[in-house]
Design a binder for this molecule. Sequence first.
Ligand code: T1G
Length: 705
Amino acid sequence: MSDVVGVSRDGDVAVVTIDNPPVNALSHAVRSGVFEAMKGLKDDDGVKAIVLACAGRTFSAGADITEFGKTPQPPSLIELINEIEAMPKPVVAALHGTVLGGGFELSLGCHYRVASAAAKVGLPEVKLGLIPGAGGTQRLPRLIGPIEALKVIVSGDPVPAARALELGALDEVVDGDVNQAAIALANKVGAEGAAPVRLSERDDLLADVKADPTAFNEAAARLTARARGLEAPHACVEAVKFSLDLPVAEGMARERELFLKLMNGDQSKAQRHVFFAERQAAKVLDMPKGTKGRPVEKVAVIGAGTMGGGISMNFANAGIPVTIIETSQDALDRGLGTIEKNYNISVSRGRMTEDDVKKRMSLLTGSTDMADVADADLIIEAVFEEMDIKKEIFGKLDTLAKPTAVLATNTSYLDVNEIARMTSRPGSVLGMHFFSPANVMKLLEIVRGAETEPEVLATAIEIGRRIRKVPVVVGVCFGFVGNRMLRARSLETEQLLLEGATPQQVDAAITRFGFPMGPFAMGDLAGLDIGWRIRKQMGGSADGGSADVADALCEMGRFGQKTGRGFYIYEKGARGGTPDPEVEALIAEIAAKKGIKRREIGEEEIVERLIYPMISEGAKILEEGIAQRPGDIDTVWINGYGFPVWRGGPMFYADQVGLKTIRDRLNHYAETTGKEALRPAPLLDRLADEGSTFASYAKEREQAA
Ligand code: T1G
């Protein structure tokens, strides 16, 4: 047949096997191979039934995303699926692994579906800013009902085989060899000579919702409530409604139209960029090919505070035993108590069972003796952000940890090289910077020290993926990538207040841009006293930027939500803060003292003055080699700071706006505010002059590596 599709026989059952590693993406070669195979088998009287299977670790995980945007080559996935559905003899899909997107749609064109118990099925297109584009929005409602189909399509989340069987999406779930089970079912239905079950011809499960769409509409509203700026979730609802309102052929045609509109739209281009950027970010350009990490079977965490507790939960969640070290039994009990409380909250939300909690808590061992790190393969220090404390701890760890242990610091901005030099093994030291809440936020900045060995770096990347984080390798500088760019933004937030904007205007502009929260609401949430202490430690704000308003609020004991007042007032039990005229008066007073003439500041200027300096800082980070690629920076900001995924991250967004525009606006603000710090980075200036983009800069860097 072809080098990616084979046909074999088992009696009078033909088995068509796709073999296109790593995930059997439905490339043109796969589509044409299966199409030709089906055509050949259609008229083969010796074949009573057909099994469609995949080799490797998973049945097809979908269309080949790398083909999007290129000239489509026939047969399209829709044509292939329609060909299979129209086959005069039964086709049984043998499903294993992660059967996603077009892969699941392919199976819906088959007449039966058999899955292994560990398999998951799903339609994650919404996470790429798309809708299922090969009949999924029309066939799945006909298989499991419109409301259940809506949940699968709008959430984009995988459905375990057992649940899929309950929903009616599968005919069988087996513990053994799924291909053999599929062949057995194919023999059975082939022998019965029953007419193949074609989903596009079934309407029975649509009738109730057609008669009364109330429950469907309520489900749609609930599922899209948190779409916040995303187009695809609403498009998914629209497409599933086609199955209720239109004959199937028309529904399919409208689905195709809507899919193409989204695929060519900015949001999906951004979300597809993020999909690949997140996977590239874990690849180290100068790491020798094939470098493997050291095995990590046991972890130790130093510190059971907010970060240490959250970090420990990640490993317990992945089934890895953790020893948590604290200085006192009291602190240890508090830390373990907080962990158990967090797990119990997940139980109350139905995300975990009591049994899960018991299993995970049994993996956590507390100790007040640092010598108990002796058998840990990875030790993560998560204590106060005080360099002296960290240096003392690493000096001790060096004498207690086993020779092959990897020593990581969770510092969020301190010099990892300085810490590494406290040990006799700087090659085994790096940063693993988690983001609070550490058991929730996906981002893990892996801070590569000057002497960190490739094997040690690989260890951190591998364990980062194992605990389901999105690892990004970054270099050593103040604040690494995320916090360094956050500081560039923070320097402008207060400046805008002094020049005339209110906290609520700035926050509204940033949330309308797509962030879940604005900088002032975020400061009140995290606690204004944290930055205040760092500034006092460092004798004023680190970069000569103004923090007078935040400092004044802290002097008044207004630390934010924890004290009921910060930039906003937090009434007992209220969900958000309310603007405080006292704060606006304080801002005006400070501005007057500084001789700043206040003025109306529009939303566009607020967005430009907060986002563009971040982009410029990102360009400096690239030039200094602190980040390997612009996509790595996008990955940091989307997974660590809530940058809207449908804008692709700061550097992708910069290419959409145009680097010349950004360069010119930064020069404009540098002139109008008199702040030279706002001048564009040299790389940004150069790319703007060349009419180039960060994307083409990234390609150059990849080719040069
Ligand atoms: N197309 C092309 N490449 C893909 C791919 C895909 N669909 N899925 C994965 N890869 C690459 C990935 O870039 C990486 O490459 C390698 O495979 C391993 O992936 C018509 C239009 C399946 C759960 O959205 O969720 O069908 O870095 O590192 O952690 O309606 O990959 O090795 O060079 O993620 O084990 C819908 C996307 C597509 C599924 C496996 N399908 N993939 O996770 O490995 S749109 C999806 C995943 C569609 C139809 C529509 C995950 C995975 P490299 P990995 P993993």
